[in-house]
Each structure stands twice: as structure tokens, then as C-alpha cells.
Design a protein around this ligand. Sequence first.
Ligand code: ATP
Ligand code: MG
Length: 262
Amino acid sequence: MAKVIGFVNQKGGVGKTTSTINVATYLAEAGKKVLLVDLDPQGNASSGLGIDARALEKNLYHAMILGLAPQSIILQTRTENLHIIPAAQDLAGAEIEMVHIDSREFRLHGVLRQVRSYYDYILIDSPPSLGLLTINGLVASDEVIIPVQTEYYALEGLSQLLGTIELVREHLQPNLKIGGALLTLYDRRNRLARQVVNEVRAHFPGPVFESVVPRSVRLAEAPSYGKSILDFDAFSKGARAYKGVVRELLEREEEEKKLKVL
Ligand code: ATP
Ligand code: MG
């Protein structure tokens, strides 16, 4: 059964999509079967992996709202072991249409239940809001990774996000865990950025990944070629950082397995 990880932060431009794409790619490279779910009507994760969702007949909208089987929507990416459910602009309408349907918070959960047994990991790229799409992402997740941009306002909005996670836990998904904060867009020459890293490590109420993702032009360029950083520049510092994040995730998986045996 796949572990489902949601990448969530209602703040825009903090590296959710970049992190989802590259963590998914390195998990696939490590031999895991991975499904990336693009839950953002902007469709950045889809285009970042070279998929033009506007040209497709079906996307996540059709599974979540019209009840189409996800198997008929899932696509293979250029990376072996990495599949995607793409998103397009019509998903923005879903946010509104869902308001009137039953179990509206569980639509994505219902979609993923149908394919969960085929994968080791399912990663969800969320939109920059705490609306119904993101709530669907949280309810469908076993854990959340919160990308945090290392800048002065990094912690602003985090308490609102943690409050929302707490509400989801109380009312909708009691087993939802905080997988960790992932520091992104880090500029080591900036003293303030170093302070923010220390702040987050000291105050974030959950694990913080050891790996810190640097600000890197190569990471910003890769999506315009429809490529992950592994395919675009495997030896760049951004590539090394995401490889490190995945190493941490896989180490945790090993730990969890050991605990189950005991
Ligand atoms: P949104 O909230 O709009 O969905 P997001 O949180 O998904 O944004 P990204 O799209 O991953 O954030 O990143 C925002 C922008 O910053 C993109 O142009 C991306 O290419 C760039 N970017 C992300 N991470 C880095 C990085 N470590 N170094 C340099 N540029 C980055
Ligand atoms: Mg995004």
C-alpha cells in the first residue's frame, strides 16, 4: 500500500511543486513505484514533467468530480516508475462544484483508494490556498511535507496551516502526520536566511529535514524543459539536495519497518 505524502503550504511560490517533482523523481530512481498527483489547477507539476495537460481529454478533474476511473487518466512520465495524474484549469471549477456534493472532503481520497495498491509512494502537489482542493489533499494524505521558503516571512502563515492540519485531524483524518518542514530557496550568503533556518529548526512543531534546498538557477530552469533536476542537471547542488531529502525519507521508511517487526 502506497504511503501518501501531501506537499502543502498556502503561501505561493515556496517550492511545493519543485519539491514534489524532484522528490518523486528521486524516489522513482531509487526503484520505488511513484504516482504524482497534480492537485493544482495551475498544472505546474504536469508541465514541469513535460506534460501539456490542456491537450489531454482527461485530468484529475474528471476523476474527482465525474467519477472516472483514475487508471484511465494516469500517464507514464519520461522517468521509469513515475506516473502522474495531471491537472488543468478545469480543476479550478471543481473547487466550486464540490461545495454541493456529498463527502466533498473525501473525493481525492476515494480516487486514490482505487490505485493505492499499485504504488509505493503517492505524492500530492497542492495549490497555494487552504480551500477545498487542499483539504482534499490533506484528507487523502498519510503525512504532509511543508516546504518553507527561508526568508523573513517564512513562519508567517505557518500557524494557520498547522491549525488547519489540526482541524483535519480532529474531524476528517485522525492519522494525518506532519512529515516535516523542508527548507527551500536557501541563500547561504544571506545572514537572515541562516537565522530563519535556525528559527525553523528551533520552533517548528515537527521534524525538519536535514537537507536544505538551495536557491539555484538550475532548479528554476528545469521545468521549462519539462524535466526534473535529475534529468536536467544531476550534478547541480539542487539535485544533491533533493537526493538528500529522498535519502532521509527512505531511511525513515526503514526505521518504520523495523518498528513494525519489533
Ligand atoms: P505555487 O504556490 O504557485 O504553486 P510553489 O510553492 O509550487 O508555487 P514552485 O513553483 O516550486 O513553488 O517555485 C516557485 C518558483 O520558484 C518557480 O519559478 C520555481 O522554478 C522557482 N524555484 C523553486 N525552488 C527553487 C530553488 N530552490 N531555487 C531557485 N528557484 C526555485
Ligand atoms: Mg505549485
